[in-house]
Design a protein around this ligand. Structure first.
Ligand code: ADP
Ligand code: MG
Length: 673
């Protein structure tokens, strides 16, 4: 009987309360780990501190007294003594509390200390079974801390009903605490050391199942029947017509993609490559190959600005090819939109470029064969899956310039094949990077002004303001006005921020790329992908507020043409760590190296803002502390799948069942079906 209502202390009413917390079984309850822990040690009454939450061990000296205040409030007081001093236990409007205590008996009690006119009071004290580390749970209305602790204690009495997931030898190999001991220690730890060992076991468990799910998914993808595209001469002709030679890295990656596409497995490939390394070309080649095989391509990017730019570039690149390219974004006029939608449905459109509008319901493809996502970390895995359901197992190509260290790539992209473009097209000049403090901004803007006067263009990135697009937009407007007045009176300035309408945004972007705007002042809406070769200076205000990966991407907006380019990072330079981080930017131009160092400095947890990267929310794991678990888990998963790919031997079968039962629900977003 694993159901909740058979646990002592849990009746039908409390079952409902627990359900509200997402707890439906004994197992859920035991895996409902404390939100935090409180260290409760006994303090002698004589040494209690006013206002603190403290614990005493005392004897009940006399009957309770009840006082009715004029306001109608009933105050219950019980006198206690612990050998060092006297105190009163005090409750308000809880007269029944007095029945829980016996005169002469000893209790351990925790409550808020209130010392008034020499009287020591413990307010609304809570009885404790023992001292030490006490769990604190996330609660819901009508479920008190004491009640919850008791329910958990009763559940722990039945902990043996939970089956151990990992065999003895496995646990020994990876140094994991046994499950029953682990569960007990998670709730009522003997000491901090034991708690940490228990926590490590469950962190390992989480990471292990996440990786296992991803790797199984990858294996499953590999047997899925996909489209067998034929290599086409037209694609080679296109390559030969390019105004440049592909880099060796591009050639290698294109070969991998072409091979994936021409076999009958579904392609799930991630292309990692620094900004400007030429990923778009690979995607274009893949779309061409699909088109010449009679299939459509959906090309998704995170923002409208980027979609429009990609559309313009790709349409230009393909103007001599016999393929039809269309743009689909949320801000198309209804008429235009229906024309595009019809074209997609009839098959006239070969390549659709757009935002998430592409996966919305009204879009029907005639023959979707390839899905490309750019900067995919902004698309949820679920969205990606929805898109792939619009065709019959279309191939997937995912591109990202977000620099991530290799180990992180494993967590985030464990279900994909990874190609890396680790070489830049030749002739790129190094971007001169300067980290300066605010006192230098005058000189920076004077320099930029001169550049602009000589015919170049520039970007200015305004301070990042977390959590408020409105305030951010406002400060961007202010900064824009300030710059215009002070330095750029006789220049053309453009402004972009989160509150600018899509149509206006489009116009500004177009004006900038056509050279009608000299200086583009913006918030980070220009972060990804914008390509204007004549822009050769970028100034980032409050650079310390950005992640280094983001700064690197911003810097990648310049250095795309023949002119020497410059990047100015203006920051407070207030602390050692800020100086160190800025120095990394000055010294390195390699995204992967920057990411690696940033992670070292800030720790993986901070580096990988969980939500931003579409990571699953972990219950126990904290990547900044559990990086070792991640590596161990990866190793364990790889070994299991190598030795027993179908997971058929009994000890692996248990693991497989747990994955299906428990973790497919929690990691829904990562492990589909
Ligand atoms: P990414 O998408 O990786 O940031 P892009 O594909 O936008 O980079 O490429 C940046 C610029 O470099 C584009 O203008 C593109 O035409 C150009 N480019 C791409 N590959 C090469 C190459 N092999 N040689 C020269 N220029 C290239
Ligand atoms: Mg790109």
């Amino acid at each position: 009987m694993r159901e909740l209502q058979y646990i002592k202390g849990v009746g039908p009413k409390r079952v409902k309360l627990l359900n509200r917390l997402g707890i439906y079984s004994l197992e859920d309850l035991l895996y409902y780990f404390p939100r935090e822990y409180e260290l409760r040690e006994v303090t002698p009454i004589s040494r209690l501190i006013n206002g603190e939450k403290q614990t005493i061990k005392c004897k009940i000296m006399d009957y309770a007294r009840e006082i009715k205040a004029r306001s109608g409030l009933i105050i219950t007081k019980i006198p206690v003594y612990d050998g060092t001093g006297y105190a009163s236990l005090v409750w308000f409007n809880q007269p029944y509390k007095k029945d829980e205590f016996k005169i002469g008996a000893e209790y351990i009690l925790t409550g808020k200390v209130n010392i008034k006119f020499g009287e020591v009071q413990l307010l609304s004290p809570e009885v404790q079974k023992s001292t030490g580390i006490v769990p604190v749970y996330r609660l819901t209305e009508n479920l008190s801390p004491v009640l919850m602790r008791n329910i958990i204690l009763n559940a722990l009495n039945r902990v043996e009903e939970i089956e151990e997931i990992f065999s003895d030898s496995f646990r020994e190999k990876y140094d994991l605490m046994e499950i029953h001991q682990g569960l007990r220690q998670m709730h009522f730890p003997d000491d901090e050391k034991m708690l940490e060992k228990a926590r490590k076991r469950f962190a390992f468990e989480e990471l292990f199942f996440l990786q296992l799910g991803m790797l199984l998914k990858k294996m499953e993808n590999q047997v899925q029947q996909g489209i067998r595209f034929k290599p086409r001469r037209e694609v080679n002709d296109f390559i030969n017509r390019l105004p440049f030679n592909m880099t060796a890295a591009q050639k290698r990656v294109w070969e991998q993609v072409e091979q994936d596409m021409s076999c009958d497995k579904v392609m799930n490939r991630l292309i990692l490559g620094d900004v400007g390394s030429g990923k778009t070309l690979i995607a274009v080649l893949a779309s061409l190959m699909a088109a010449y095989n009679g299939y459509q391509t959906a090309f998704m990017v995170p923002t409208e600005v980027l979609a429009e730019q990609h559309y313009r570039n790709i349409a230009r690149m393909l103007k001599d090819c016999d393929v039809d390219v269309a743009l689909l974004t949320g801000s198309l006029a209804p008429k235009q939109k229906s024309v595009v939608l019809e074209g997609i449905e009839s098959g006239d459109v070969d390549i659709v470029i757009g935002t998430h509008a592409i996966i919305q319901d009204g879009v029907k493809f005639k023959n979707l064969g390839l899905v490309v996502t750019d900067e995919q970390h902004r698309f949820g895995v679920k969205q990606r899956a929805m898109l792939s359901q619009k065709g019959q197992n279309p191939d997937m190509l995912i591109m990202t310039a977000t620099p991530i260290p290799r180990t992180m790539a494993l967590v985030l992209y464990g279900d994909l094949d990874v190609s890396i473009i680790d070489e830049m097209p030749p002739g790129r000049k190094k971007i001169m990077t300067y980290a300066v403090d605010e006192g230098m901004s005058d000189r920076v803007y004077e320099f930029v002004r001169k550049l602009v006067k000589s015919g170049r263009q520039a970007y200015v990135v305004c301070p990042l303001i977390e959590d408020s697009e409105v305030i951010e937009a406002k400060s961007a407007v202010e900064h824009f006005e300030y710059l215009k007045d002070k330095y750029f009176k006789d220049c053309k300035l453009g402004l972009l921020h989160g509150k600018v309408s899509p149509a206006e945004k489009d116009k500004t972007m177009r004006d900038f790329s056509e050279g009608n705007i000299d200086v583009l002042v913006s918030t980070t809406v220009i972060e990804v992908g914008i390509d204007v070769p004549n822009a050769c200076a970028i100034v980032v205000e409050n650079a310390e507020r950005f992640g280094l990966a983001q700064l690197h991407q911003l810097r990648g907006r310049v250095g795309r043409g023949d002119h020497q380019s410059y990047c100015f990072l203006i920051s407070s330079m207030a602390s050692e760590i800020i100086r160190k981080r800025m120095e990394i930017m000055v010294k390195s131009q390699n995204g992967f190296e920057i990411a690696e160092k940033d992670m070292e400095l800030r720790g993986p947890g901070e580096f990988l803002g969980v939500r931003q990267h579409g990571m699953p929310e972990f219950k126990v794991t904290d990547l900044s502390r559990d990086f070792d678990c991640l590596k161990k888990a990866r190793q364990a998963v790889e070994e299991i799948l190598k030795e027993d790919p179908d997971m058929d031997i009994p000890e692996n079968r248990i693991i497989k069942n747990v994955l299906k039962k428990k973790f497919s629900k929690e990691y829904d977003d990562v492990i589909l079906n």
